[in-house]
Design a protein around this ligand. Structure first.
Ligand code: YRO
Length: 310
């Protein structure tokens, strides 16, 4: 039988497929549904220091090809998610998990990470770098000076396994510059990609989501080529100790196979999970296993990163 097991740092997972942050991960109930599905793990909705209601609805819309969202970071506050993953850790016998978090400012990010450092939670943390810094500046991950400063500060006090969630980059020089910064730090992983920012979807003559006059992050079919390029660009550039999580445009076993071929050790599902629900993990796992069996691969390490070039 072919296996889709994987690992990130010291953490093992029976399956490389899991949810992407923001989808099916707001409440304990949703997280429990991922936990009891065929997924290998879950990541929580990005938690901020205080709970947030997020933007006015409608703030998420499905399209034929994917989705657009401007949720505005609704979440129950980082303590809610930290308490839950710590509870599961201490109970034992559960999967390993990812706690996603970010502050509404670099100061708040450090406050949260110091809280996690001081807690009993020893699992993985995913720091969402697609977040506001100061008005008039781009999101943190598009401001390399700020990214470097935040990571430098974080690793002066944070000793537990930490990775970063990245927006897509679109220029080779940006891949080079970003990777040079990430390679300075003991990151457990980078996760590429968050939604492609600030798209606009129109139905007849009207936008489909209320916030930002309809502008929002794009997910689904159109983002797969961008996601694969980001996964492979970082796979080519990062220290081998920094694992890659591939996210973007995954709705079939073939899509997951391509992310792994580009170097992904774990593959996350967002838009398609939102459409199909947690039963998607069993379907895509079977599809991936079938492709692997046809090709004679026993484990994802047999083909991970082994993309062929012309
Ligand atoms: O709107 C969101 O909560 C959201 N949507 C995404 O597609 N990606 C994200 O990282 C987030 C949270 C962060 C932010 C976009 C609100 C700054």
């Amino acid at each position: 039988m072919v296996s889709t097991k994987t690992s990130i740092g010291a953490f093992d997972f029976d399956n490389c497929l899991m949810n992407a942050a923001g989808v099916y991960c707001m409440t304990r109930k949703e997280l429990e549904a991922i936990e009891s599905s065929a997924a290998g793990s879950f990541v929580t909705k990005t938690g901020t220091l205080e709970a947030r209601a997020g933007n006015p609805e409608p703030r998420y819309s499905n399209t034929d090809w994917g989705s657009i969202n401007s949720m505005g970071l609704p979440n129950k506050g980082v303590d809610y998610y930290l308490d839950f993953v710590t509870e599961l850790q201490e109970e034992g016998g559960h999967k390993n998990h990812f706690l996603s978090l970010v502050g509404m400012s670099p100061e708040e990010t450090h406050t949260i990470l110091k809280k996690v450092e001081a807690s009993n939670y020893n699992g993985l943390v995913e720091l969402n770098l697609s977040c506001p810094n100061v008005p008039g500046k781009p999101q943190i991950a598009y401001d390399f000076e700020t990214t470097d400063a935040i990571l430098s500060e974080v690793f002066s006090y944070y000793t537990k396994p930490l990775g970063i969630k990245l927006p897509p980059y679109f220029d080779i020089v940006h891949f080079d510059q970003a990777a040079a910064i990430f390679n300075k730090y003991p990151l457990a992983f980078v996760n590429s990609v968050n939604s492609i920012g600030n798209g606009l979807v129109i139905d007849d003559e009207t936008v489909v989501i209320k916030p930002k006059n309809g502008f929002g992050g794009i997910g689904g079919d159109f983002i797969k080529p961008t996601a694969l390029a980001n996964v492979h660009a970082f796979y080519q550039r990062l220290n081998p100790s920094i694992k890659i999580i591939g996210t973007g445009g995954v709705k079939s076993g073939r899509d997951a196979f391509e992310h792994i071929l580009c170097g992904a050790s774990m593959v996350q599902i967002g838009t398609a999970l939102h459409k199909e629900g947690p039963a998607i993990f069993e379907r895509i796992t079977k599809e991936l296993q079938n492709i692997m069996a046809e090709k004679g691969y026993d484990s994802i390490e047999d083909f991970r990163g082994k993309l062929h070039y012309l």
